[in-house]
Design a protein around this ligand. Structure first.
Ligand code: KIV
Ligand code: ZN
Length: 384
């Protein structure tokens, strides 16, 4: 079965989220957790950008074992040297170099030419390869790059020795079907890609980062670039936990394997949220507080009889204790009875009916707490 590598960019693209600034210690702590999660690659930072980032990447490279450690660099020799100085301590060091390839980026951002960009990309990859055993090249804004030119740049990078080619949907512009078609055409035009790792890096500007990433896997990608809780530039990157759980839960459909220990997902999400100050919305897929919470009576009744009725994943898969029956105004008697049992009260018959009426009165106005349940149960038990 094809293995898809998980490349985590929480500490690089994720840290580029507005308002996030992690200390060196926090980055090292998160990197250790990413190693426990068993991601394949940790993109630890962009070493040329600051002393702090250089130090964080160097410490992660020296201390964290298991995943490969990548450092980002523009296609400029000083960037590449600095990235190498930081990642060279790793068991598996990688230099990741990138350049904009769409005409918009070439003309307006870099004020360069297509010819110059191909030349610089090839020279940068060759130089990086003279330093590091593992080199990744990203054509930035690839999804808005004319396919003939994109193929030319990718072919030049492969020829120069790139081990990984990462197709970036930098501004979250593509759609799943369009992205899959682009990747297929690229693989036809550059057959040498078969011997390389084909990677995808999708942003969430139109809310399609996860869908585009999964379309990339269907179209042959063997590395996906993701971030914990989906953090990253603007609307963020494809969320690690969503991509991983989609591939794991629908293995029957995607037919690929991932090496991640999914039981570390909840912990990792919580740690990244606490350290970045970016809260996880309660309804976020996989790691949101409500991801396994059932409120309506019909759903709760079904889950209590057999959880497969309304759950496609079990909370234990991501490292949570059990499912979360949320008691609210849509809940039914069955769930209420179970909640009382958990608190140590056995209510049935008329007592349960009366308790249920009291519960609904409270639930109509506010969230029902354990203290409310306790008070109802004591009231009913006292009335026996
Ligand atoms: O979004 C992007 O294009 C990037 C590259 C550096 C891969 O983050
Ligand atoms: Zn990005």
């Amino acid at each position: 079965m094809r293995r898809v590598q998980i490349f985590d960019t929480t500490l690089r693209d994720g840290e580029q989220s507005p308002g996030i600034s992690l200390s060196v210690e926090e980055k090292v702590e998160i990197a250790h957790q990413l190693a426990r999660l068993k991601v394949d690659v940790i993109e630890a930072g962009f070493p040329i950008t600051s002393e702090g980032d250089f130090e964080a990447v160097s410490r992660i490279a020296a201390e964290v074992r298991g995943p490969a450690v990548a450092g980002l660099a523009r296609v400029k020799f000083p960037d590449i040297e600095r990235a190498w100085e930081a990642v060279k301590w790793a068991g598996k060091p990688r230099i990741h170099t990138f350049v904009g390839t769409s005409d918009l980026h070439i003309e307006y951002q870099m004020r360069s030419s297509r010819e110059q960009v191909v030349k610089e990309a090839a020279e940068a990859v060759r130089f990086a390869k003279s330093l590091a055993p593992d080199v990744e090249f990203s054509p930035m804004d690839a999804t808005r790059t004319e396919i003939g030119y994109l193929s030319e740049v990718v072919a030049a990078a492969v020829e120069a020795g790139a081990d990984v080619i990462n197709i970036a949907d930098t501004v979250g512009y593509t759609t799943p079907a369009e992205f899959a078609a682009l990747l297929k055409e690229l693989q036809q035009r550059v057959p040498e890609l078969k011997e390389r790792t084909l990677s995808v890096h999708c942003h969430d500007d139109l809310g399609m980062a996860v869908a585009n990433t999964l379309a990339g896997v269907e179209a042959g990608a063997t590395q996906v670039e993701v971030a914990v809780n989906g953090i990253g530039e603007r609307a963020g990157n494809a969320s690690l936990e969503e991509v991983v759980m989609a591939l794991a839960t629908r293995k029957d459909f995607y037919g690929v394997e991932v090496g991640v220990d999914t039981r570390q997902l909840a912990n990792t999400s919580r740690m990244v949220s606490n350290m970045t100050g970016y809260e996880v919305p309660p309804n976020k897929a996989v790691v949101g507080r409500n991801a396994f919470a059932h409120e309506s009576g019909i759903h709760q009744d079904g889950v209590l009889k057999d959880r497969r009725t309304f759950e496609i994943m079990v909370p234990q898969d991501i490292g949570l204790d059990g499912n979360n029956i949320f008691l609210g105004k849509h809940s039914g008697r069955h769930a209420l009875k179970e909640a009382f049992e958990e608190l140590g009260y056995h209510l049935e018959g008329d007592a349960l009916n009366r308790a249920f009426r009291q519960f609904k009165e409270i639930a109509d106005n506010k969230a029902v707490t354990a203290a409310d349940l306790e008070a109802i149960a004591v009231d009913q038990v006292g009335s026996f």
